[in-house]
Ligand binder design. Structure first.
Ligand SMILES: NC(=O)c1ccc[n+]([C@@H]2O[C@H](COP(=O)([O-])OP(=O)(O)OC[C@H]3O[C@@H](n4cnc5c(N)ncnc54)[C@H](O)[C@@H]3O)[C@@H](O)[C@H]2O)c1
Length: 327
């Protein structure tokens, strides 16, 4: 009788927001999980405490060319990156190095990292930012992308993620790497921190303190928020599906809500006495930031391939995050 080998999975960025939820699911599935994270934005307390988790505290490129160079994996999830427009506007050089160089190294590794020295199934996290400032809605994966000038660092993040996609897709074409690209739209939920400009944790923290919730312009710009528990559950399903290889997938919710409505929803759910405060666009734009009117995914492709549909309503996400923030 042959004993089935336990699946070995590598998660980069596994101490981060989305990566830690994913690692938890993979552990629950019975996998051995290796997490590589340099804790630049992630947190040690996010790491799942389990005998089948090994944590490598390093950058992706250093870990893959050093400690993990000879190790084999059945699946790789690459989530490590400089995340969010604010971080990137503050340090665009770091973003370019962190996103493009690290992804190049990861793909090189993935091309021979399976137990048969063949390419390993690999998921690369991308972003809805890749669509740039296109005003088309909803965004479909094969739509054109539209960026502003290279002198505006707001677009550096989008371009770095677009190049990450190309690195993965070209390895699919030239080396047969079974790669899946996921373009996350606004992902929210437990463990997200507001330090890097993420709107929902900042709103919830302000509401719990009774402070004003700042909204840019008239707050009519819309976004679609999806709970991280729905997003992370979709990722192993995509990697298990050969039809997904070489493909790009929007992952998120298609329920649009204006930022003003979001602020009011947070106030209602947290039963806060806070008020919404309008911030003139001119003040927001002074930092080189350009807000976009809407950002909604077309989910047809991911629905067709893995039957994805978000299950956790935004109200529940707000409740859960508020409970955690109170403790
Ligand atoms: N959260 C969202 O709404 C969202 C939206 C679009 C795309 N994404 C993408 O999803 C992925 C995960 O994002 P997140 O929200 O969990 O962010 P996060 O900052 O919580 O997670 C990123 C993790 O990567 C680690 N990291 C960064 N650079 C590293 C490096 N060179 N080597 C090793 N570790 C490194 C950080 O310490 C952190 O733990 C990223 O690729 C991001 O671009 C997220």
């Amino acid at each position: 009788m042959t004993v089935k080998r336990v699946r070995r999975v590598l998660v980069t960025g596994g101490a981060g927001f989305i990566g830690s939820h994913l690692a938890q699911l993979l552990i629950a599935r019975g996998d051995d999980v290796v997490i590589v994270d340099d804790l630049s934005t992630g947190r040690r307390e996010n790491l799942p405490q389990h005998a089948r988790v090994r944590f490598v505290y390093n950058t992706v490129s250093t870990a893959l060319t050093g400690e993990l160079a000879k190790e084999k994996f059945d699946e790789i999830y690459h989530l490590a990156a400089s995340v969010g427009v604010k971080l990137v506007v503050d340090n665009p050089t770091k973003c370019i190095e962190n996103n493009i160089h690290e992804t190049g190294e990861l793909v090189r590794f993935a091309c021979t990292a399976s137990f048969e020295n063949k390419p390993t199934r690999t998921l690369i996290a991308s972003s809805s930012e890749v669509y740039g400032k296109s005003d088309k809605t909803p965004f479909r994966e094969d739509d054109d992308v539209v960026y502003g000038p290279t002198t505006v660092f707001r677009w550096t993040y989008a371009m770095s993620k677009a190049l990450d996609e190309s690195i993965g897709l070209s390895a699919f074409k030239t080396h047969g790497l079974p790669v899946v690209i996921t373009r996350f739209f606004n992902t929210v939920g437990p463990r997200q921190v507001g330090d890097y400009g993420m709107v929902l944790p900042r709103f919830i923290a302000a509401a719990l303190k009774g402070e004003d919730l700042p909204v840019y312009g008239d707050g009519s710009q819309t976004r679609c928020f999806c709970d991280v528990r729905d997003v992370s559950a979709a990722l192993p399903k995509l990697l298990a599906c050969s039809e997904a290889f070489g493909g790009v997938f929007n992952v998120g919710s298609d329920r649009a809500i204006s930022i003003r409505e979001l602020a009011n929803l947070v106030i209602r759910v947290t039963q806060s006495s806070s008020r919404v405060r309008a911030i003139p666009y001119a003040d927001a734009f002074a930092s080189g930031f350009e807000d976009l009117r809407q950002r909604k995914p077309d989910l047809t492709r991911i629905q067709r391939v893995i039957g994805f549909s978000p299950t956790i309503p935004l109200e529940k996400t707000i409740e859960d995050v508020a409970v955690l923030m109170k403790h």
